[in-house]
Design a binder for this molecule. Structure first.
Ligand code: HEC
Length: 114
């Protein structure tokens, strides 16, 4: 009885962590991207003012062998409003409209797996 209890508990504690690390909630990612107005400048596979997400995924795969490093770079890009050139004019890059770390990481995973 005691052992069963402990197993159940550890299962509950471990499962959500592994689940967020590997699974991408595509619907949630796309909803947040839409809400954050990212689609005015980006699409999955067409060039707009910003690069398509597919191109970014490819670029990051080639540039960063370490997945955690790639994620960290995108995390900074999508939360700190770095300066970018839009149509030759310098602008602050849009950040994701959330303060929730898991939601931000979900979008990053989604982009990196396009
Ligand atoms: C006003 C237009 C605009 C909006 C809105 C915008 N971006 Fe961008 N984004 C750009 C431009 C331009 C670049 C290219 C910057 C560069 O390469 O220096 C870029 C670059 C990126 C990159 C690639 C970064 C890299 O290091 O290669 C990603 C990913 C990205 N944006 C995601 C997003 C997301 C997610 C949102 C919404 C929160 C968003 N963008 C909103 C214009 C925009």
């Amino acid at each position: 009885m005691k052992l069963k209890h402990a197993l159940l508990l550890s299962g509950l504690l471990v499962f959500p962590l592994t689940a967020t690390a590997v699974e991408v909630d595509a619907d949630a990612a796309q909803a947040l991207i839409k809400k954050s107005k990212c689609l005015t400048c980006h699409s999955v596979d067409k060039k707009k003012d910003g690069p398509p997400f597919k191109e970014t995924a490819k670029k990051y795969q080639e540039k960063y062998k370490d997945k955690a490093e790639a994620e960290q770079k995108l995390y900074v890009h999508l939360t700190t409003n770095p300066k970018v050139k839009v149509d030759g004019k310098e602008e602050e890059h849009e950040s994701l409209k959330t303060k929730n770390d898991a939601e931000i990481r979900n979008v990053i995973q989604w982009i990196l797996t396009r």
